[in-house]
Design a protein around this ligand. Structure first.
Ligand code: GYE
Length: 344
């Protein structure tokens, strides 16, 4: 009985040991790759876990739309400064000179290069579907920055920028205050088809009192140079103070160009109610000089938010689909005091 028990114990032990070693043999080939693939954990959180990407790994493509305004210059500087402060691997920067086809070819070059993230400030809203699809197929997330696109939301990761409609509505509220008995205004609008111009025009019309008429609207393409002849043409057609009492400038640069034309026609600061958008130093100076009655803020310093989101995307983290900038309206009474502290 004892002998049999001892014997069966030995057999059982041998069997169990054999099974264990067999398990070990069988497990090791599969265990090894599992151990090798686990640590890189490309979807790991940025909590410092091994494998989480850092800014040093990030190559970000920024096909800037142009250099048409002080806003744009500040926006470019914010992106470049943030990239170097964070020490990202590479910022692929280009200037499309306000041409969509240049932005599209810059994006295609970035897709070819295999960048990690694309931050796109689209010059106009329409016409992005093809290149956004190409980026998506290449698994490169696109953050739409500043202006919006009309493309389906599934084609890009997120949008970071201003609420352009709200900016137009804020401008309307200023005209309603400045012209309580009604009147007529002119509109110097931004680049045709751009999210900024479309939104601001819409916002103005949403909230303008019905006794204030929009006499005429022409584009000055967001530049000082193009605003001058547009304003001169307006002044040939309409008499300031009689035919119109105010002007809505879609940005400060066009406002500054228009002031040159107004001066040339003998118009004095304060003769017209002028509301502009951006809140650049030039806009603040125009308030100090008495030309602008209000300047609706549009913040170009988007660099920190864009890079923060880019890193999150690289690490597969959750991000907000729509990130709107917090903004305000500036007035002449504080302009002189605030001017020296303006960053752009
Ligand atoms: O207001 C203008 C620039 O898209 C918000 O573009 C931007 C606008 C800005 O040229 O100055």
């Amino acid at each position: 009985m004892k002998v049999t028990r001892l014997f069966s114990t030995i057999i059982l032990t041998v069997l169990v040991l054999g099974m264990l070693s067999a398990c070990g043999d069988a497990a090791s080939p599969t265990a090894a790759p599992a151990a090798a693939t686990n640590p890189p954990a490309t979807t790991a959180s940025a909590s410092g876990a091994t494998g989480a990407k850092t800014y040093k790994d990030l190559t970000l493509c920024f096909p800037q739309l142009g250099a048409e305004s002080d806003w744009r210059t500040a926006n470019t500087a914010s992106m470049k400064e943030t990239a170097s402060t964070l020490g990202i691997k590479q910022l692929v920067f280009s200037d499309a000179q306000q041409k969509q086809e240049n932005q599209i070819s810059a994006m295609r070059a970035c897709i070819q290069q295999g960048v990690n993230v694309i931050a796109l400030p689209p010059v106009v809203e329409d016409g992005w579907d093809a290149v956004l699809t190409e980026a998506k197929n290449a698994n490169i997330p696109v953050i739409v920055v500043d202006r919006s696109v009309s493309a389906d939301k599934s084609l890009y990761a997120a949008h970071i920028g201003s609420d352009m409609v709200l900016e137009g509505e804020r401008a309307a509220a200023e005209f309603n205050k400045q012209l309580p008995n009604g009147g007529a205004i002119l509109e110097l609008s931004g680049t045709t088809g751009s999210g900024a111009a479309v939104g601001r025009a819409k916002g103005l019309r949403n909230k303008l009192n019905s006794n204030i008429k929009i006499l005429d609207s022409q584009t000055g393409n967001f530049t000082r140079a193009e605003a001058v002849p547009v304003m001169q043409a307006f002044l040939k057609k309409y008499k300031p103070g009689t035919d119109f009492q105010g002007i809505f400038m879609h940005n400060d640069d066009m406002g500054i160009g228009a002031i040159e034309a107004l001066k040339g026609a003998g118009v004095k600061p304060g003769d017209l109610k002028i509301v502009s958008v951006d809140g650049t130093r030039g806009g603040f100076q125009a308030m100090v000089d008495g030309w602008f009655q209000a300047d609706v803020e549009c913040n170009p310093l988007l660099g920190p938010q864009v890079f923060d989101m880019a890193l999150k995307l690289m690490n597969g983290q959750q991000i907000d689909k729509e990130v709107l900038t917090n903004e305000t309206v500036y007035y002449p009474d504080k302009a002189k005091e605030l001017l020296p502290t303006r960053k752009y």
